[in-house]
Design a protein around this ligand. Structure first.
Ligand code: PMP
Length: 283
């Protein structure tokens, strides 16, 4: 298995993480996870933009420009002969003696690896059970940083409750989930939290927003109260791994009649169509 480390592609076995890497000690870094279908990076431009935005917000300098990084990631996919799966890319501020402020003269460390996963293409839509939990995270979750403890604790709480995802609630308002964005549909209007500092502006969220028109849904980017979420006709979550995930139960209460709703199903179909439009075998 090969990985990309800064500008070079090397065997994974020849790389080790320095104990003084700031990603390791402070969570001082950023990441992206990008799906690959038939060797094609899905929504690559959007992921690339977000990675560079996260870097800018944290004042981390990525050693390559967008074109160079694109070329290297494509080279890695070719070397690994990755057909279906994903690429994980991470950039940390670099390796330095442990001080909190930015160290001087340090170069960032970029690593990327691929993961094969044949199940990456969605066959069946499965209903998802979620719980809600207080959003205890910091107020810059729009940055896709390595600091994920709030997310980890929330997801663990969900798993221990027999659910698949945890919905964050901040001051009575639904923000997003531990590793996904959330949408609620009521009377043909699709609600989701606006893309500000309180949510990660998911790439899948952005794609789904573009698809709403195709399924005759109107968009309303305003936060939902928890009570409003319970009363939605349909609820679904989105992320790179899951795409459109219909929620059938929240805190033990059924969403609608407890079945996967028509809008969620149609959105998922439109999403699959979009993927088909970019993969070589279907073009
Ligand atoms: N919110 C959070 C907190 C996440 O971790 C993720 C997944 N990275 C998302 C939303 C969805 O983002 P995307 O659609 O880009 O995967």
């Amino acid at each position: 298995m090969y990985i990309l480390v800064n500008e070079g592609i090397i065997p994974r076995s020849s790389f080790s993480v320095d104990i003084e890497d700031r990603g390791y000690q402070f969570g001082d870094g950023i990441y992206e996870m990008v799906k690959v279908f038939e060797g094609v990076l899905f929504e690559w431009e959007a992921h690339l933009q977000r990675l560079f935005r996260s870097a800018r917000e944290l004042r981390i300098t990525i050693s390559m420009n967008k074109e160079e990084l694109t070329e290297q990631v494509q080279r890695l996919i070719a070397i690994e002969d990755l057909r279906d799966g994903y690429v994980y890319i991470q950039v940390t501020r670099g390796v330095a003696s442990r001080i909190h402020h930015f160290p001087e003269g340090v170069s960032s460390v970029l690593v990327a690896y691929t993961k094969e996963g044949k199940e990456e293409r969605k066959e069946e839509l499965a209903g998802i059970r979620v719980i809600t939990t207080e959003d205890i995270r910091w107020q810059r979750v729009d940055i896709k940083s390595l600091n994920l403890l709030g997310n980890v604790l929330a997801k663990q709480k969900a798993v221990e409750a027999g659910a698949q995802e945890a919905v964050f609630v901040r001051d009575g308002m639904v923000t997003e989930c531990s590793s996904s964005n959330i949408f609620g549909i009521k009377d043909g209007v699709c609600f989701t939290h606006p893309a500000n500092h309180l949510i990660l502006n998911g790439i899948t969220r952005q794609v789904v927003i573009r698809l709403l028109e195709k399924v005759s849904l109107e968009l309303e980017e305003s936060p939902m109260k928890l009570e409003a979420l319970y009363g939605m006709d349909e609820v679904f979550i989105t992320n790179t791994g899951q795409e459109v995930g219909p929620v059938i139960e929240i805190d033990g209460r059924k969403v609608g009649n407890g079945d996967i709703g028509v809008y969620s199903r149609n959105l998922s179909i439109e999403f699959q169509r979009l993927i088909d439009s970019v993969v070589p075998s279907k073009r």
